[in-house]
Design a protein around this ligand. Structure first.
Ligand code: G16
Length: 548
């Protein structure tokens, strides 16, 4: 008790970080996010928490990323990372929420003391904390707050400066695996992922319709900055034309560009010339999400989102395992946002089992661990592939002894795919390398990829309400439990539409409610989305203009 009080009150400069008490914070879908003006005390306390978590985990490195990802420039926040590079264990999310909202210093101490005694934390361990931040203006100021918290516990701190979120996840895992996963630095990250990509590329003799040219939309964020570095490692293997790479004018971050904009609005990014049949790749503000898109000669827009990436990857990996002769259980994890036809395609055509979980990479990642090889992607382009340790070993061992040429080739390709995957979290760079590898292997253009199945027309929209916390969902967010009566209204609206499906859920990263709708035509999907949005607005005290 005394020790924590001493750390917090004497060492952490807590007096400079009072909670003004004007906002309520929640550790949501992937951390805490808010307008950056309100976050100084939150970041300071997250610094304290993350150091304590490392002590609890016997000096394992834990990560703290200062980012608000796809949110506008004025927002910021944190994502906390556990030792294997996965998201913070959900049992500690509640402490993050409690600390962010604690009214005063005594309460902060009391919460930390409670954690220390609950877990019987041995204070002799020196914490190790890895820190990164995105390109937001407020990042530097908030870093100071974090450091005051972290350093109060005399932590070993590694500040990586401006990096992508998935890079920080990767570095944390590297440190905690004694560098078996790679070294915790950018050179190791780029070389591990890129070299395996180049090795696989060399195995591909006939490119057919495949083109290695990419028009890259960096969302004017860290993804653009790091892609410029990656180009050096990629050498001639890909041609990356950079767009939306202005990280100095930070108000441009995610503004009408980037993965979230393209996915949500189903239109090309602005800030670049869009030409028919070119391959556009958009990432989000911290480069953990990716979507592809293109337009045809009639300027019709086509989106290849996380569902498309998942189906592409699942089909390829399934084929490689068949060719390798290994009997492995491959599964896919999606959310309610996944297009109904993608689920049908994976289940019926690819014969890969599909699980549905609530939104949030933490849920998908967890579920993907149920399979030998678990592929997970949210429709918004956030995802990766997980290989069980035993499977990884099996593939490598089998590759060493396999005599059959076709089988041996399939195993070598699987090793390349494993090594170019950042298994810790969704990673736009790693995912791009995987997609490009599969397209090249298949000899596909972006439209060949699009033609594998057709999406059900759909629409994503949002409504701001007085209090999104009044919403409660069930059945992996497919059912709305609260506000009472809303689900019945949704059901009756949906019943009027052929192939209709719709659900609503409170966002965990923005102060609003999201509405998803699918139907037989785009007109109907749009109409259904608006009808449901307007019902949400009516029942939950909508703010601003009513959707119509
Ligand atoms: C985060 C999460 C994703 C989630 C997204 C939107 O992404 O990591 O799993 O899909 O937020 O969440 P919500 O609909 O609750 O706002 P990112 O890339 O913004 O960190």
């Amino acid at each position: 008790e005394e020790w924590i009080e001493n750390v917090v009150e004497k060492e952490s400069n807590i007096g400079s970080y009072p909670n003004p008490g004007t906002k309520v914070f929640q550790y949501g879908t992937s951390g805490i996010r808010y307008n950056s003006e309100h976050l100084d005390h939150v970041q300071h306390r997250m610094g304290l928490l993350v150091a304590l978590r490392s002590i609890h985990l016997k000096s394992a490195a834990v990560g703290l990323m200062i980012t608000a990802s796809h949110n506008p420039q004025d927002d910021n926040g944190i994502k906390l990372i556990d030792p294997q590079g996965e998201m913070l264990d959900s049992s500690w999310e509640v402490y993050a929420t409690e600390l962010a909202n604690a009214p005063n210093n005594q309460d902060v101490c009391a919460i930390l003391i409670n954690i220390a005694s609950k877990y019987n934390i041995d204070i002799s361990y020196i914490p190790c904390v890895y820190i990164g931040r995105d390109t937001r203006n407020s990042g530097k100021r908030l870093l100071e707050a974090v450091l005051c918290g972290v350093k109060a516990f005399k932590s070993n701190v590694e500040d990586f400066g401006i990096i992508t979120t998935p890079m920080l996840h990767f570095f944390v895992r590297c440190y905690n695996t004694n560098c078996l996963y790679g070294q915790p630095n950018e050179y190791s990250y780029y070389t591990k992922l890129t070299n395996s990509f180049k090795t696989l590329r060399k195995m591909c003799s006939d490119l057919k319709n495949y083109s290695p040219i990419i028009e890259f939309d960096g969302a004017n964020g860290v993804g653009a900055l790091k892609m410029k570095d990656a180009i050096i490692y990629l050498e001639e293997s890909l041609v990356i034309n950079m767009h939306n790479d202005d990280i100095l004018n930070t108000e441009k971050l995610n503004y009408k560009c980037g993965a979230d904009f393209v996915k949500s609005n189903q239109c090309p990014p602005t800030g670049m010339t869009i030409k028919p049949h070119c391959k556009y790749v958009s990432v989000d503000g911290d480069a953990d999400r990716i979507v592809y898109s293109f337009i045809d000669e009639n300027n019709k827009f086509y989106l290849l989102d996380g569902d498309r990436i998942a189906t592409l990857v699942a089909g390829y990996i399934k084929d490689l395992f068949i060719d390798s002769g290994l009997d492995v259980n491959v599964g896919l994890v999606q959310t309610a946002y996944s297009n109904g036809n993608s689920t049908k395609y994976v289940t019926d055509k690819l014969k890969v089992p599909v699980a549905c979980v609530p939104t949030g990479v933490k849920y998908l990642h967890h579920k993907a661990n149920d399979y030998d090889v678990g592929i997970y992607f949210e429709a918004n382009g956030h995802g990766t592939i997980l290989f069980k340790d035993a499977i990884r070993e099996l593939i490598r061992n089998q590759c060493d002894i396999e005599k059959d040429e076709a089988m041996s080739l399939a195993l070598k390709k699987l090793i390349c795919i494993m090594d170019m995957t950042n298994e810790t979290v969704g990673d736009a760079y790693s995912d791009m390398l995987i997609v490009e590898s599969v397209l090249c292997e298949r000899g596909w253009s972006i439209s060949d990829w699009y033609n594998t199945y057709s999406d059900l027309p759909n629409r994503l929209t949002k409504v701001t309400v007085k209090d999104r916390n009044t919403f409660e969902t069930g059945d992996a967010e497919r059912i709305c439990i609260k506000p009472k009566g809303l689900q019945e209204i949704i059901d009756s609206i949906v019943s009027k539409y052929s192939m209709g499906r719709s659900f609503v859920r409170p966002s965990g990263t923005e102060d609003l409610v999201r509405i998803y709708a699918e139907a037989d035509t785009q007109f109907n999907a749009d109409k259904l989305a608006i009808e449901v949005a307007s019902a949400v607005y009516d029942i939950a005290d909508g703010v601003g203009k009513k959707p119509n």
